[in-house]
Design a protein around this ligand. Structure first.
Ligand code: DLL
Length: 434
């Protein structure tokens, strides 16, 4: 029997969803036109007024919003309400430029908690559950975003934040934690430290967990599920839109339901910006239709995925996005071949002996791109002879070539020589100065 947090909303039929979306879209467009001068100007430049939005198809006439727009209006220029109504600020890390700042009203935070509570129920959490949140708390949306969903549901929240891994494990065991929230790379790290501490998954009561904030392959899912003894759900979100709980996988683990009463999702061609045909992969573009603080029109996420409108076995009707393959800005072009780090990960882990601890190094030598993949040996292989290691390197290299069509130099390194992650893992080091 499926349980829902908000059955009426979660199982609305497509006509009802579309009617609700159109009503909320029109209100949102009117709102930003009136209250956000930056949007008014953009719409005027395109010759559009709010009254032009008569159908959902008219959405594609509206301007796209990018991270650059948020930077141009830094810090609060896109807010649609006075600062007195903003009760919390979050910001993205800003590793590639000025950080982007977002503000939430009390109603925004309530809706965020509602979306999060729906996700928790999708993974069988209830008031008896104990949820350990090992996403970072702070300006990053992971910790606090998940936190208030757990409180809304009425489960017990353990606000561990990230880091201090041994203590995380002690709490997981001693507090009888049922649900774990952290990045997939941190989940692997926790599993490894658990083993080193001499603990086993049988000492834990974990049922499920939500892992996201970075791309992760199904091979990593299998790894996390078997090491920690739980069902691993994917959770997606981004600071600009809402943080975690924009979408989440149900127990069928076959795509992430996007909460369509709050967001309208489109897929566009990353190069032309034109909508793609149904089912085709492209850039996920999201319009928020239930936000007060910083409503965004057609925000270009740069995350590559597909949308699936087929009914889901769980009974939820909200569209499913595929597991994001990666960001357009993270795509590597190696001698003309486009490849996402997540594809390299899948190819690597399809070889049983490869550990999920690897790093991708990209260089440019004599004007040619080179790809080196450092992979950690496990203890058993480390004690193997040189010939065995060389043969294994060749095997991995052949696999990468046959699956992805690129040549990679494989470099096997000592156990534990690749840094472990407590948040978003840094898998790619691009040393080309381009
Ligand atoms: O990472 C929000 C979040 C926190 C999501 C906790 C899930 C769990 P940002 O730091 O703004 O926000 O980064 C957003 O991370 O555009 C994607 O590229 C990537 N990302 C987030 N979730 C996933 C996922 C948070 N499940 C950026 N799979 C997004 C792949 C993801 N990539």
């Amino acid at each position: 029997m499926e349980r829902y947090w908000n059955k009426t909303i979660e199982t609305m039929n497509r006509e009802q969803i579309q009617a609700l979306q159109l009503e909320k879209l029109r209100a949102t467009v009117q709102n930003v036109y009136t209250h956000v001068p930056y949007y008014r100007k953009k719409m005027q430049e395109k010759g559009i007024v709010p009254e032009d939005i008569k159908t959902l198809d008219n959405l594609s006439n509206l301007p796209i919003t990018t991270k650059q727009d948020l930077r141009n209006t830094y810090p609060f220029g896109m807010f649609a309400v006075p600062m007195e109504d903003i009760i919390r600020i979050h910001a993205s890390s800003g590793t590639t430029g000025k950080q982007t700042v977002v503000g939430y009203t009390r109603r925004d935070l309530d809706i965020w908690a509602e979306c999060m509570a729906r996700c928790l129920v999708m993974e069988d959490a209830n008031t008896s559950s104990r949820v350990q949140i090992a996403y970072g708390y702070g300006l990053f949306t992971g910790g606090l975003g998940a936190h208030y969903g757990v409180e809304k549901l009425g489960a017990t929240v353990i606000p561990a934040s990230s880091g201090n891994t041994q203590r995380q494990i002690t709490m997981l065991i001693d507090f009888g934690v049922t649900h774990l929230y952290c990045t997939p790379s941190y989940a692997l790290n926790i599993a490894e430290v658990m083993r080193e501490m001499g603990h086993t998954k049988d000492e834990m009561k974990l049922v499920a967990g939500s892992f996201g904030a970075e791309p992760w392959s199904n091979a990593i899912r299998t790894e996390i599920e078997s090491l920690l003894g739980l069902r691993a759900h994917d959770i997606y979100g981004l600071s600009e839109i809402m943080g975690p709980a924009v979408s989440h996988e149900c127990r069928h683990q076959n795509g992430l339901h996007i909460w369509e009463d709050c967001f309208i999702a489109e897929i566009t061609n990353p190069d032309t910006g034109e909508p793609v045909r149904e089912g085709e992969a492209g850039d996920l573009v999201i319009t928020t239709i239930n936000k007060e603080g910083i409503p965004l029109i057609r925000y270009k996420t740069r995350d590559i995925c597909t949308l699936n409108y087929e009914p889901c076995e769980c009974g939820r009707t909200h569209v499913r996005m595929s597991k994001p393959a990666g960001r357009t800005d993270d795509m590597l072009i190696i001698r003309g071949v486009n490849v996402f780090p997540s594809q390299i990960e899948s190819a690597l882990l399809s070889i049983g002996e490869v550990q999920p601890h690897y790093q991708i190094l990209v260089d440019r030598v004599n004007n040619l791109d080179t790809l080196t993949i450092e992979i950690e040996l496990n203890d058993e292989m480390f004690s193997d002879n040189v010939k065995g290691i060389e043969e294994f390197e060749k095997k991995v290299s052949r696999q990468i070539n046959s699956v992805l069509g690129i040549n990679a130099k494989i470099h096997l390194v000592e156990p534990k020589s690749i840094a472990r992650s407590e948040g978003k893992a840094k898998r790619v080091i691009d040393r080309r100065n381009i």
